[in-house]
Design a protein around this ligand. Sequence first.
Ligand code: FPP
Length: 250
Amino acid sequence: MFFFSRKKQDKQVQFDSNGAIPEHIAIIMDGNGRWAQAKLLPRIAGHKEGMQTVKKIALHAKKLGVKVLSLYAFSTENWKRPNDEVSFLMKLPIDFFSTFIPELQENNIRVTTTGFIDALPEHTQKAVKDAVLQTQHNDGMILNFALNYGSRAEIVEAIKTIAVEFSENPQNITEEIVSDHLWSSHLGQYAEPDLLIRTSGEQRISNFMLWQIAYSECYFTDVFWPDFTQAALEEAIAVYQKRNRRYGGL
Ligand code: FPP
């Protein structure tokens, strides 16, 4: 049994493995660069270590009974980074899936993606699409990678399709229709994260799942992503378990 100290309302929380486990957890994995810099390592060393954290956290989330884990791995804005960092990030999925597919299979984890996948370099696309294909029949947990993802772009794409489909009857457009046209529609009943985590001390959303997080509980931790452990995930869930979700009601 152990206790965590957080901000006032989150103080003294204890993870309860029999308590409510968020069905969909979304994570903004931030702080790889600062983790590396603090160790006088190149930034890419932080991304490499961050990839190991993805493996640990995916397996632990599955073990805890999470249904969907969405990870923000590369944003549409990340192309602005130096070429060598972008090119390293584009190679990570190859490294990741070539070493992790057997464990994904053993753990019945299905890989899916969200984002402009077809605009990724060929080698990155191949690694990602192969992983999606190989794990497509797994139904234990969905590991959903947001790659070349931007929420505003996702919404614009949905609007373009909806505008054509509903040109004759725009009054029939509902929230459900919008949700059904977002890239997250493949997540069905779990499309909206229950818990959004951002690591590294930053407290912003950075264009991640803006529509889907309307009623998500947000949790910010100072821990850099490469240092985010299984216990840190349980701490986030413990805080979630103490929250009172009202969805605008009383
Ligand atoms: C943000 O940290 C992190 C990223 C932009 C990349 C995240 C990618 C991984 C964790 C690896 C993903 C693995 C796969 C399999 C795709 P930052 O670089 O912005 O950190 P900083 O804010 O400290 O500079």
